[in-house]
Structures are given as structure tokens and as C-alpha cells.
Design a protein around this ligand. Sequence first.
Ligand code: ADP
Ligand code: MG
Length: 257
Amino acid sequence: LKGNVFKALEEDAAEEGTDVSAWKDLDLSSNILSALSKMGFSTPTPIQAAAIPEILAGHDVVGKASTGSGKTLAFGIPILENWIELCGELDEDESKESRPPTALVLSPTRELAHQLTQHITTLCKGLSNSPYVTTVTGGLSVQKQQRQLSKADIIIGTPGRLWEVMSSSNTLTDSFRQIKFLVVDEADRLLTEGHFKEAEQILNALDRQQDADEDDDQHSPTRQTLVFSATFAKGLQQKLAGKGKQGLMDGQESMEY
Ligand code: ADP
Ligand code: MG
């Protein structure tokens, strides 16, 4: 978290909290609205209603909401909104190759990574310009994944395989450093299922360049960090707090809804 306003969101106390009860309150693009309607999702879930405006406003978010509460689209929708905005700005002749990826999503397991990809891809079907979404997990050759990654806009993967791919290609790692959204999904499981070491290596690799950019006084891309979890046990809070220059869970503005 690099000085972005940080919001901690919990789904508890949802009833009396937010005023947002409809997709139209969230200021979304018409393509997204019609895709949601085609998916049969008539209203946002509480975590979606709370997280989407914060992410669209450029804040880092730590969101806690139980399993099945719609956390995927809580970060998936703002990432796609950002993508739509980017497409409007892109030059006609800006080639796919030269475009850095928009988002990197860390998922604890292969199954969850594929579910995320499917869910986000379904939403993409409504867009006039679909991002290239790719899943990076064990099962495919590293070479094949590197080729897919070189043209990816949204990357969803398990830390183990992502780190394997990143540590074998400086070019890819450099392009990952330009992402606008870093998502740590199901963070509790990422910790308990033993992938935290690789996740930490990935975060460190991404951070090194940002620090270097700041030192060089160059333009440093602003990256939003989004952490979602069903629970925030003490161990996870400590791990996350140890990551940032500033603590992740302590002393920051927190919002309940
Ligand atoms: P979580 O990550 O919180 O466990 P998911 O994002 O996987 O939950 O969503 C759980 C289920 O809810 C999925 O099947 C998804 O299609 C569905 N879902 C997501 N958002 C909505 C919504 N706004 N309205 C209805 N169903 C939704
Ligand atoms: Mg989930």
C-alpha cells in the first residue's frame, strides 16, 4: 500500500449501512450494466456495494465477506471499468504486445483461479472490447504460459506458478510491475494453504521497481492493492502488516457499512 487511502470493509452491519442498493447507484458503464443483467444479477451484494465505489475512487481496499458473498465481482467490476476507460484512451495502432497488463490476481488454488477466470470472462462477454484474461496455474508448460502472459491484460494465477514464471523472465516481471491492480483473493486460504512464501516473493519483486522508480524520480505507476478474504485471523493480519511500510490493518481509516 503506497499511500493510497485505505479502506477496510466488512460485510457485518450491512443492514443499516450503505445507501447503495442498485447497480445504477454505482456509476457503471452501460456495457457492464447490461452484462450484469444478462447474468441475472439484479442487485449488488453488500460487499460489492461497499467495495466498488471505493476501488473506483482509487483507494486500496481490504474487504472481509463470507464465502459466496460475491467478492469476485467486488474487484472484477472496477477492474473492468478501468479497462473500458483504458480502451477509450488507447491509440488505434497501439499493438497488443506493447500494452502492459492491467491486473494481477493471486488465488490460493488452481480451482479457485479457474473459477475466477470463468466468472470474470463471463462478465467480459458484454464488452465491446474484451480484455485478454489468462490463468497461470500448474498443468500448462511454463513456455506456453509465458507466451500467453506476454499478451495478457488480466492475469489470474496461483502464487507458486506465477512466481516460477516471473523468476524465469525479467521481461514479464517488468511488465507486471506496471499493473494497476494487485488483488490478493481469498487471502486467508493463501496463508493457510502454504503459498504465502511465493506470494511474498511476488509482492517483493513488484515493489522493488516501484521503489526504484521513486528513487529515480521517474513517473511511478500508481497501483491499487485489493485484499479480499472470508476471515482475517491474527496470523494473516500480522503477515499483511509486516508487508507494508505502513501497517495494513492498524491505525488506518476503516469503514463499516
Ligand atoms: P466469494 O468469492 O465471496 O466466495 P463469489 O464471487 O465466488 O463469492 O460469488 C458467489 C456466487 O454468487 C457466484 O456464483 C456468483 O455468480 C454469484 N453472484 C455474484 N454477485 C452476485 C450478485 N450481485 N447477485 C447475485 N449473484 C451474485
Ligand atoms: Mg472468492
